[in-house]
Design a protein around this ligand. Structure first.
Ligand code: GRF
Length: 197
């Protein structure tokens, strides 16, 4: 299973998945990172782990349709079977969506459908959890469609909210779960226990 990654910022989920592949804990090959942000930490992480990284964005491709085509061409040229959105802040274009229907997965730091949708990323998610007074939050891995955070849910894991939690404390606890959870879910896809596509 060849994995392509799309990331915009930190890239810690991508790094965890690549590390698991390298360690033999995940039966998959990381083949390429496409990043829309030239100064993303994800680019340095990919380089450090020997993963080819490409920057594609509105500066390299001002026409959204050309950008979509360029992204698809790179994913296909590298033989990607599954695309992992690891903190990717843009919508996926229709060409990539069609070519990889039900083979694009995203990880979201809450128990969707709670605290998802447009604008719900980063600290905003954990702020919403605390404001709502939830006692439990978690991690969701889901398929990607044309709407933010709305594709079929593949797996969810719970993370406790502790009394006195700050956004930072909660974010760190959830992120630690995300890494293991994403690797585990990809392994279930790789060995056929979890069917996608
Ligand atoms: C993660 O919290 C993920 O759930 C969300 O974006 C964040 C990305 O973090 N989609 P990182 O870039 O993988 O460190």
């Amino acid at each position: 299973m060849n994995l392509g990654f799309l990331a915009s910022h930190r890239g810690s989920n991508m790094q965890a998945v690549v590390a698991a592949c390298r360690a033999g804990a995940l039966a998959a090959n990381p083949v390429v990172l496409i990043c829309n942000n030239r100064s993303a930490e994800a680019l340095a992480r990919a380089e450090a782990q020997g993963v080819t990284a490409v920057v594609l964005n509105a500066a390299t491709h001002p026409d959204p349709d050309m950008l979509d085509s360029a992204m698809l061409e790179i994913l296909q040229r590298h033989g990607c079977d599954v695309i992992v959105l690891a903190g990717f802040m843009k919508k996926i274009g229709p060409r990539v969506l069609a070519a990889y229907a039900d083979r694009i997965i995203n990880i979201h730091p809450s128990l969707l459908p709670k605290h998802g949708g447009r604008g719900m990323y980063g600290r905003a998610v954990h702020e919403a959890v605390l404001t709502a007074g939830d006692h439990v939050t978690g991690v969701t891995v889901h398929l990607v469609n044309a709407e933010y955070d709305e594709g079929r849910i593949l797996a969810q894991g719970e993370v406790p909210v502790r009394p006195g939690d700050t956004v930072d404390a909660l974010a760190a606890r959830v992120l630690a779960q995300e890494h293991a959870f994403l690797v585990g879910t990809l392994q279930r896809i790789a060995d056929g226990r979890l069917k996608i596509g």
